[in-house]
Design a protein around this ligand. Structure first.
Ligand SMILES: [Zn+2]
Ligand SMILES: [Zn+2]
Length: 214
């Protein structure tokens, strides 16, 4: 899978990744936090002019604000965990209200996923791992063939997502992190904010995991 991180032009926005299965040409966009003509061009350059899926790690505005525009332009199917689907049409739950100057245009989820759900890009499997804690509907997307984990706002380099927002729960976050670090072997971890890391590095160095999980 070809993976490209796309700069959406403002640090408030989450990391956005373009996934392209080069064999079939099928593509997906993870957390399109914003969308405009310039970003559309970047998606096209990355090989995702007509993405099959918009994969959302959770429903916060800094991950979903571009979903409406991208779905309209591309017809991509919007994928989100059932528990966060309502964030797509509720700017209070998504935190867009009071935090972002533009109105949040409502979107309906096309595919709601749960733990163990699987999606295909060509013959490449994307597995859904439910990871509640930051929000009830937070998920990690696992690309098993590439040993890549898109960890959203659950696992970050050296830390973890906050649990004090709507739907957040610290005990669930700890349980989710325990589950992630118990996975076999190593993964390249592409988080929703800040720089990428690896699961092995986070098992030993992550301060949140060291203090709360062990
Ligand atoms: Zn975020
Ligand atoms: Zn978030």
């Amino acid at each position: 899978m070809k993976i490209t991180k796309v700069d959406l032009g403002h640090e408030i926005f989450a990391n956005c990744y373009v996934l392209v299965d080069e064999k079939s040409g099928e593509s997906a966009i993870v957390d399109p936090a914003y969308y405009n003509a310039e970003i559309a061009e970047k998606f096209k350059e990355a090989g995702a002019e007509k993405p099959k899926y918009i994969l959302l790690t959770h429903g916060h505005f800094d991950h979903i604000f571009g979903v409406h525009g991208l779905k309209e332009a591309s017809g991509a199917k919007v994928v989100i965990h059932d528990a966060d689907a309502e964030f797509l049409h509720d700017p209070w739950k998504s935190l867009a209200q009071n935090n972002f100057p533009e109105p949040q245009l409502p979107v309906v989820a096309d595919i709601t996923v749960e733990d163990g759900s699987e999606l295909m890009l060509g013959e490449e499997k994307i597995k859904v791992l439910s990871a509640p804690g930051h929000t009830m509907g937070s998920v990690c997307y696992i690309l098993e063939n590439d040993r890549v984990m898109l960890s959203g706002d659950t696992l970050f380099c050296m830390t973890a997502g906050r649990t004090d927002l709507y739907g957040g729960n610290e005990e669930m976050m700890i349980a989710s992190l325990k589950r992630l670090i118990a996975l076999d072997g190593d993964y390249r971890v592409l988080p929703g904010h800040n720089r990428e890391t690896t699961l092995e590095r986070e098992r030993t160095r992550n301060w949140y995991i060291r203090r709360m999980v062990r």
